[in-house]
Design a protein. Structure first.
Length: 145
């Protein structure tokens, strides 16, 4: 009889441990899927942003994107830190807001008086970059667009 109780206790313990393992595995899978979905969304926005930059300014050679962010509720608005390297060795770094729906690039950085020269540089370089641009995406991967 005592042996029977031990078997029942072990069986219950095994069932509880199995349930814990299954739950932990499920949470882990959903977490990875969420991260993967976030990375895909970031890449989609980053590709759109680089295309918008290429269609706005001439002479872009390289773009580095870091620290992507968006509202907790996914929307068309997205932001990131961007460093742009131009063919004349000029480098501009700023935080942008980008609306993928209408390809609108906005920057609060250039509203400051201290950034007037950078703003004027961009105005003077309005145009299209037709050649491929090296891109370092926010996840560290490198590509060309």
């Amino acid at each position: 009889m005592n042996n029977s109780n031990n078997k029942k206790t072990h069986k219950r313990l095994l069932i509880v441990l199995l349930l814990v393992a299954i739950t932990a595995g499920g949470v882990s899978i959903f977490s990875m899927l969420g991260k993967s979905q976030e990375e895909r969304r970031n890449r989609e926005y980053e590709v759109s942003l680089v295309n918008a930059l290429k269609n706005s300014y001439e002479g872009i050679e390289e773009v580095h994107i870091t620290d992507p962010s968006y509202a907790s509720i996914p929307s068309d608005s997205w932001g990131a830190k961007v460093k742009i390297f131009f063919s004349d060795s000029k480098q501009l770094s700023y935080i942008i807001a980008f609306n993928k729906q209408n390809n609108e690039i906005r920057s609060r950085d250039f509203q400051n008086n201290s950034r007037k020269d950078d703003n004027q540089y961009l105005i003077n370089h309005r145009g299209i970059t037709e050649k491929n641009v090296k891109v370092i995406y926010s996840n560290g991967e490198t590509g060309e667009q």
